[in-house]
Design a binder for this molecule. Structure first.
Ligand code: FE2
Ligand code: FE2
Length: 227
């Protein structure tokens, strides 16, 4: 029997069982910015069967992690911030500039055949333009404030609000990319560059969801009541 709590929100399920994240992502269930709902409620607008999704999560948990990740909740704030910056900010600073020319090429070559690919390129550009300064601001303003002995409450409140608002916009752009690419599905006529773009966008979405989940549901609750 699984120890999955069916009354938990999807954000809480991911906090408790990191392996649920990939299952939720695959079904386009945003456990970050829209994670404060139970699974049946999250499934309803997408026409998904919650029992089938529960079963998939249980199967993923039964397969089990090869090497379990240390629980982010057990980290100190400095340790949690270090994990976010080293792993997720580092990844984005490498991945975003690497994906940009691939998205541009696919839009240029295949845009005449499927104009949605031009929009993928535009949305990707907007996502990148939103994320890079977001990372800088977290590292330069918000995270130092969170780790300081006596943070200025007004500054903290303003920066936390700003971060959460920007995460919502990022979540919307990721959902748009997923929709425009039919859940990152390569059409029959898709070339290898197109395949690489979809694989990279899928990985990008997975990493950002994990990253924003850590910020929204593990880091922020230490400083503000749950939103
Ligand atoms: Fe971040
Ligand atoms: Fe963030």
């Amino acid at each position: 029997m699984s120890n999955l709590d069916r009354n938990a929100t999807i954000a809480q399920i991911v906090t408790e069982h990191a392996f649920a994240a990939r299952v939720f992502q695959k079904h386009g269930l945003d456990y970050c910015c829209h994670g404060d709902v139970r699974l049946p409620e999250a499934c309803r607008p997408k026409g998904l069967d919650p029992e089938a999704v529960f079963a998939e999560v249980e199967a993923a948990l039964a397969d089990g992690p090869g090497t379990p990740e240390p629980d982010a909740r057990a980290l100190t704030t400095a340790g949690l911030v270090a994990r976010i910056v080293d792993r997720h900010h580092g990844y984005l600073r490498r991945a975003l500039p690497a994906i940009a020319p691939i998205a541009e090429k696919v839009a240029r070559v295949h845009g005449p055949h499927d104009p949605r690919l031009r929009e993928v390129h535009a949305v990707f550009g907007a996502l990148s333009d939103a994320l890079l300064p977001h990372l800088d601001e977290e590292e330069e303003v918000l995270f130092p404030a969170l780790m300081s002995r006596r943070p200025d409450p007004a500054l903290l409140s303003r920066e936390l609000d700003k971060m959460l608002t920007e995460h919502l916009a990022v979540g919307d752009m990721l959902a748009r990319l997923r929709k425009l690419t039919d859940d990152f599905t390569l059409p029959e006529w898709g070339c290898n560059t197109y395949r690489v773009l979809l694989t990279e966008l899928d990985s990008l979405e997975a990493d950002i969801l994990e990253h924003v989940h850590l910020e929204n549901h593990v880091l922020v609750p230490r400083f503000a009541p749950a939103n």
